[in-house]
Write a protein that binds this ligand. Structure first.
Ligand code: PGA
Length: 258
């Protein structure tokens, strides 16, 4: 498999997608504190916490005085600021130090029913407000890398339509069938698809997006994925990001101890 030096030089990103967890602010603070401690040798803003909205402000306060861990949002609105019950404006997210926003996660695509049109609108708004979209893509059923890639290319075309070719964004490749721990992907399969995404992006965009892998990554299989660290530019982690011990091991393996 061809190695891509340009991307391998980028610092890997580690994004903790907490989804609807933990159930109390006390637990959220305790978990975040342990991750901050584990990440103290990691490069600036390389570890991202994506907590549920109610914990964003308290964690923003907790993150002060350190640089390794930053905040991401799990979701964002498809609307500019206006009278709109239940939405959170981009200004509020920016004021709370949110630098990246997850968009197009499969749970929002297939459980909430978010369309590529909505995702495309969100990608544009995230960017317009000075944040970096972390666009999630991935095939729904286990297939071949070539078929997965064809599916993902369609998603990318629709989700970033009209987006400035030079604009900064990142991608998380998450095979939907491998999310949540029931089935694990072969890391060579993931690397193969990600290599294809890199090639596609090199043709369509002038900026080189980082491409992360997500789907059942934990402390026991992280080494297998890190074997492909020249291709896989980081990880989007769900369940294991709620376990401080797993995260401590994963952070050490990715960033080492300097
Ligand atoms: P998982 O979730 O690590 O629990 O598979 C990943 C995700 O949904 O982003």
């Amino acid at each position: 498999m061809a190695q891509r030096k340009a991307t391998s030089l980028q610092t890997p990103l580690l994004v903790c997608n907490w989804k609807m967890n933990p159930q109390s602010l006390r637990e959220a603070r305790a978990l975040a504190s342990k991750i901050i401690r584990a990440a103290r040798y990691a490069p600036p803003a390389s570890v991202l916490l994506a907590p549920p909205f109610p914990y964003v402000a308290p964690l923003h306060a907790l993150l002060k005085g350190q640089r390794a861990v930053a905040l991401a949002a799990q979701n964002s609105t498809a609307h500019e600021q206006r009278a709109l019950t239940g939405e959170v404006s981009y200004g509020m997210l920016a004021d709370m130090g949110v630098s990246r926003v997850i968009v197009g996660h499969s749970e929002r695509r297939y459980i909430i029913g978010e369309t590529d049109k909505t995702i495309n609108e969100k990608v544009a708004l995230i960017h317009a407000h000075g944040m970096t979209p972390l666009l999630c893509v991935g095939e729904t059923k286990k297939t071949t890398p070539a078929k997965a890639l064809a599916f993902i290319e369609q998603q990318l075309v629709r989700d970033v339509a009209g987006f400035d070719k030079r604009a900064h964004f990142s991608i998380a490749y998450e095979p939907v069938w491998a999310i949540g721990g029931s089935k694990e992907v072969d890391p060579s399969y993931a690397a193969h698809v990600i290599e294809g995404i890199h090639v596609f992006c090199a043709h369509h965009f002038s900026s080189v997006p980082r491409v992360l892998y997500g789907g059942s990554v934990h402390c026991k299989n992280i080494d297998d994925f890190l074997y492909y660290r020249d291709t896989i530019n980081g990880f989007l982690i769900g369940s294991a990001s709620l376990r401080a011990q797993d995260m401590t091991i994963i952070i050490k393996k990715i960033y080492g101890k300097r």
